[in-house]
Design a protein around this ligand. Structure first.
Ligand code: NAD
Length: 478
């Protein structure tokens, strides 16, 4: 019988008796793995009230005690890493070695956030008045709503929960309806870890019902969201009702600039690896390429060779592969449509360019397209699949101009052996991140944040941590 997941509210498993159910699929096999309830607003309210109640005493604990709770979770994650990786791979479709990296990184991330416990600092400010001291405090916000995507679903739990809890907030998490199984496993791992009831809560459901109720709840103090621009915009609308603070990590259309002095083989290998990593479903992986004319043919040929060499299939099929399926049929259809429309507009397929029929699952062939003009959708919309459109440019200035000409502003990369070229790009690319001679995988001590429609605020490091605090300035006249 198919498992129907329960919510986790105030330390208890709570089932939903009414409403729709949503099926969870294995994207490599098209089989049903589980079901979730579409949790209605009244139960979302119950979760927020449980979080609100728990937060008061949680915030009073010394921060080091909150940090130790995070460390107990990370230890449990490490003990169960193989099981976690299997669950992630099965429901999301990423290859097992990458799912293992995700599990390990999640544990490391919680430990990293725990280290901040002794470093959340206020300030003492100089006053204009005699006998006055001004104290600037960093305090918890209250209840955080964490709304998650499916592409790194287990890690994203920690990216929201780690900073929220160490700063003294409680949290209600809504996992993606595509990938609830790893979240259910996370809840199981909390058993016996002595984390006060209500500090961590999970509610399952669709964005339209459960997500909307959570983000529109007046007792939520911060909405920490990762997902698409369209959803980010919808969340801002409901947040506006209560003037709720939002932290939005949205999509990207990362340009990779390959300069004429670059190591061509290395650039081709790294760009291809970035585009096939997690089947191209990574917000900061290379989404479009600008290559300088003198090396364009050589680079495209090396890129096509790397893409062609990508082994793909069922991540749990027993064979060593580099890439799994896309997360669902809609994602596959979107990629097919984008490539077909690019072809009609004059793009030429160098390799791939079609759905891969493996009998079952959402597989698309690793694809390289050339003659891709800046005005084509394939150069402007987020593809989120194993497809790389390439545009040839005359010089670095043109590459930077075209790279910046995007509604997205999350990530960019440049390949060059000249430090002056690298520095010019770092100064002139208007993105939250620039990688020189490599692709994506941001550091947990960095600050992952996008410009333009790629988001508001950011995650990771000191600056990401402080997003989960509010300030309080006290004027003490003696
Ligand atoms: P999505 O926006 O479709 O869904 C994300 C979450 O939002 C899901 O849990 C969904 O149920 C919920 N949701 C949907 N509508 C909602 C609403 N009206 N109110 C509240 N919640 C709602 O995104 P996705 O398909 O899960 O993820 C892919 C997207 O995420 C891509 O655009 C990708 O670039 C982006 N992403 C960004 C980052 C980053 O750090 N910037 C990281 C990972 C993914």
């Amino acid at each position: 019988m198919t498992v129907l997941h329960k919510n986790f509210i105030g330390g208890q498993s709570v089932s939903v008796e009414t409403g729709d159910r949503i099926k969870v699929y294995n994207p490599a096999r098209d089989t049903v793995l589980a079901e979730i309830p579409d949790t209605p607003a009244d139960m979302v309210d119950r979760a927020v009230q449980a979080a609100k109640k728990a937060q008061k005493s949680w915030a009073k604990l010394p921060a080091i005690q909150r940090a130790n709770a995070l460390r107990r979770i990370s230890a449990k994650i490490r003990e169960n890493a193989d099981k976690i990786a299997h669950v992630i791979s099965e429901e999301q479709g990423k290859i097992l070695p990458l799912a293992k990296v995700e599990a390990a990184f999640t544990a490391d991330y919680l430990d990293y956030m725990a280290e901040w416990a002794r470093r959340i600092e206020g300030e003492i400010l100089e006053s204009d008045r005699p006998g006055e001291t001004i104290l600037f405090f960093r305090q918890p916000i209250g209840v955080v709503a964490g709304v998650l995507p499916w592409n790194f679903p287990f890690f994203l739990i920690a990216r929201k929960l780690g900073p929220a809890l160490v700063c003294g907030n409680s949290i209600v998490i809504k996992p993606s309806e595509e990938t609830p199984n790893n979240a259910a496993l996370f809840v199981n791992l909390l058993t016996g870890l002595d984390i006060p009831d209500g500090v961590i809560n999970f509610v399952h459901g669709s964005g339209r019902t459960t997500g909307d109720a959570l983000c529109g709840h007046p007792d939520v103090g911060l909405i920490s969201f990762t997902g698409s621009v369209a959803t980010g915009s919808a969340i801002m609308k409901v947040a506006a009702k209560n003037i709720t603070k939002v932290n939005l990590e949205l999509g990207g259309k990362a340009p990779a600039i390959v300069c004429k002095d670059a190591d061509i083989a290395q650039a081709a290998k790294f760009v291809a690896a970035s585009r096939t990593l997690n089947t191209g479903q990574v917000c900061n992986a290379a989404e479009r390429v600008y290559v300088e004319r003198p090396i364009a043919d050589k680079f495209v040929s090396a890129l096509a060779d790397s893409m062609k060499a990508t082994r793909f299939g069922d991540p749990l099929g027993g064979k060593e592969i580099d890439m799994g399926p896309l997360v669902n049929k809609a994602a596959l259809q979107k990629i097919e449509d984008l490539v077909e429309s690019a072809k009609k507009q004059g793009a030429e397929v160098v390799t791939g360019g079609k759905v891969a029929n493996l009998g079952a699952g959402n597989h698309y062939e690793p694809t390289v397209l050339v003659n891709c003009r800046q005005d084509m959708d394939i150069m402007r919309k987020e593809i989120f699949g194993p497809v790389l459109p390439v545009n040839v440019v005359e010089n670095l200035d043109q590459a930077i101009e075209l790279a910046n000409d995007s509604e997205y502003g999350l990530t960019s990369s440049i390949y060059t052996n000249d430090i002056r070229t690298a520095m010019k790009a770092c100064n002139e690319l208007t993105f939250g991140e620039t990688y020189v001679n490599r692709e994506n995988f941001e550091a947990m001590q960095g600050f992952h944040a996008g410009n333009r429609k790629s988001g508001i605020g950011g995650a990771d490091g000191k600056h990401g941590l402080l997003e989960y605090t509010t300030t309080h300035v006290c004027y003490i006249q003696t």
